[in-house]
Design a protein around this ligand. Structure first.
Ligand code: PBG
Length: 334
């Protein structure tokens, strides 16, 4: 151990912004951010989500504008969620060749080069009952759901998705998706698996955005119990063994211990999802004047990076990029 007080004075390196910049350990870069976008059918549609200020449901044409703006700001990737016209009990609009997400992927791959397109693979946005899989005897049936998830993932890859991101929490779905992709010649399509996804109250606003609230029961039969950490490591290791290229921990802020353990114990690329409720809570407190939302959001993202996440899914990606570009301008003036 080095010297204590008064030889050591921690404040010496906190005195000025240039000194703080030199001593800074963790940094969020725009390069690490993935922006979620919600796509709906139609043209010229742009509807703000009530519980998520600044986040919209958009039709493909409007989505392309948002994507161009994101790329121009330096954001490398978007994550697409679809809200279809019609839902049924097996979520068939989720794997339709001309489904909303498939159309959006094609448009982005054609018109927005330089953007990585990630797609959410899950049935809940497409099923009439709002669950993430097929219902058999009142429960989500794991093995029957696998085939549908694989079909959905393949249809996204056919449309040109760079990364498919299964968020359903069925057992064995990474292996099923990998095998289906490879069988269709999509060996280059990567899998970002929601490996440790908890049954969280922080998804509340998302279910308004994606119109995917379960019509009966809840998701605790397949998403993880917030109390469990060792289990997260088991889930992550299984997904890596099945072929996950990136593993996700979700939500982020209440699970930073999981982010840190997954990174430390696996060394695999780790993505953390700063989810809708985390975003909305900060935005709402900001609107009430109870805290500075910009600073709180930056602090939240920094803490997620500091915990060990390599990348972060955040609704705040564009705002972060704008602030950073502005600060970089100010920094060069000294
Ligand atoms: C499910 C899915 C959810 C989210 C992403 N994918 C919701 C859920 O499991 O109920 C939540 C994202 C967020 O809250 O921002 N396909």
């Amino acid at each position: 151990m080095s010297a204590g007080f008064p030889e050591y004075r921690g404040r010496r390196l906190r005195r000025t912004e240039p000194l703080r910049r030199l001593a800074r350990e963790a940094r969020v870069s725009v390069d690490d951010l993935i922006l979620p976008l919600f796509v709906v059918p139609g043209r010229g549609v742009r509807r703000e989500i009530g519980s998520m200020p600044g986040v919209h449901q958009t039709s493909v044409d409007e989505l392309a504008r948002d994507a161009v703006e994101a790329v121009d700001l330096g954001v490398p990737a978007v994550l697409l969620f679809g809200i279809p016209d019609s839902k049924d009990d097996v979520g068939s609009s989720g794997y339709a060749e001309d489904g909303v997400v498939q159309q959006a992927v094609r448009a982005l791959k054609r018109d927005v080069p330089g953007l990585a397109v990630v797609t959410d693979v899950c049935l809940c946005e497409y099923t009439s009952h709002g669950h993430c899989g097929v219902i058999v005897d009142g429960e989500v049936d794991n093995d029957r759901t696998l085939e549908l998830l694989a079909r959905q993932a393949v249809s996204h890859a056919d449309a040109g998705a760079d990364i498919v991101a299964p968020s359903d929490m069925m057992d064995g779905r990474v292996a099923a998706i990998r095998a289906a992709l490879d069988a269709r010649g999509h060996g280059r399509t990567a899998i970002l698996s929601y490996a440790a996804k908890y049954a969280s109250a922080f998804y509340g606003p998302f279910r308004e955005a994606a119109e995917s609230a379960p019509q009966f029961g809840d998701r605790r039969g397949y998403q993880m119990d917030p109390a469990n950490a060792d289990e997260a490591l088991r889930e992550v290791r299984l997904d890596i063994a099945e072929g996950a290229d990136i593993v996700m921990v979700k939500p982020a802020l209440a699970y930073l211990d999981i982010v840190a353990r997954v990174k430390r114990e696996t060394g695999h690329p780790v993505c953390a999802y700063h989810v809708s409720g985390e975003y909305s809570a900060i935005m709402a407190a900001g609107r009430l004047g109870w805290l500075d939302a910009d600073r709180a959001m930056e602090e939240a993202l920094t803490s997620i990076r500091r915990a060990g996440a390599d990348m972060i899914v955040t609704y705040w990606a564009r705002q972060f990029a704008r602030r950073q570009n502005r600060d970089a301008g100010a920094g060069s003036r000294g």
